[in-house]
Design a protein. Structure first.
Length: 234
């Protein structure tokens, strides 16, 4: 049973969905600190051949709160964001199949940041044909955990019955195989191979949101090829 555990990100890059697709169970942290300058509530899209930031504005609050305790700003205008995305991608080849998904995601009726992002992840997975079971960390842990770092990861893995934990390559600086082996778990890292594809005939701009991938590529291409282009390494 292969498990991955990650922070919630709004419309993250393709590698995030490769990690979900490669897992049997994918756990999303809700009781984890929101990072002000991270990518939890923002990402990048293509506009006029350049990467530009789009974001979900939040109510002002303590930077030490969990993602589950943060809320969307009253100033957030879902249709304004949809209009920006439509303006950037209206002429993309798969705009008509992607924009309804984006409308559903952006107009989701909740003020809670985690609920908003988790809903977007679930709907993207459904759209892409990813059938991995998605779980919320506080449900798995029965509340807020006092554990940290590798100890928390190992505890979650054991709770869901995992035998293998996979993580992005950056986890090499965080986790040691010996700690997992001692608990009967195999630690592996998913190294994504991110494809290039046509973007309005201009030089390719990498590392954009899954939004960009879906606008320029068919669901079949993404699900049968892009989601499987990775290596699992020890």
């Amino acid at each position: 049973m292969r498990t991955a555990i990650m922070q919630p990100y709004f419309l993250p890059y393709l590698g995030y969905f490769q990690l979900i697709a490669a897992s049997d169970i994918f756990v999303v942290y809700d009781t984890i600190q929101h990072t002000k300058k991270g990518w939890i509530n923002r990402n990048q899209m293509l506009r006029n051949g350049e990467a530009v930031i789009f974001s979900i504005p939040l109510k002002k609050d303590s930077d030490f709160l969990h993602v589950a305790d943060r809320y969307l700003s009253d100033a957030f205008e879902p249709q304004k964001l949809c209009n920006q995305i439509e303006g950037a991608y209206r002429k993309a080849p798969h705009f008509s199949q992607t924009m309804p998904l984006i409308e559903t995601i952006v107009h989701f009726q909740t003020e809670n940041l985690f609920e908003f992002i988790y809903h977007s992840i679930c709907h993207c997975c459904e759209h892409l044909g990813i059938t991995t079971a998605l779980r919320i960390s506080s449900d798995v842990e029965n509340g807020v955990s006092d554990l940290r770092n590798a100890d928390r990861v190992i505890d979650i893995c054991k709770r869901v019955g995992a035998t293998e934990y996979i993580n992005p390559p950056g986890g090499r600086n965080l986790y040691a195989a010996g700690d997992f082996n001692a608990q009967g778990l195999k630690l592996r890292f998913l190294q994504p191979h991110l494809p290039t594809y046509a973007q309005f005939g201009r030089p390719f701009v990498p590392s954009l949101s899954i939004l960009d991938v879906m606008m320029f590529n068919s669901i079949d291409q993404i699900s049968t090829t892009f989601l499987k282009e990775y290596d699992l390494v020890d």
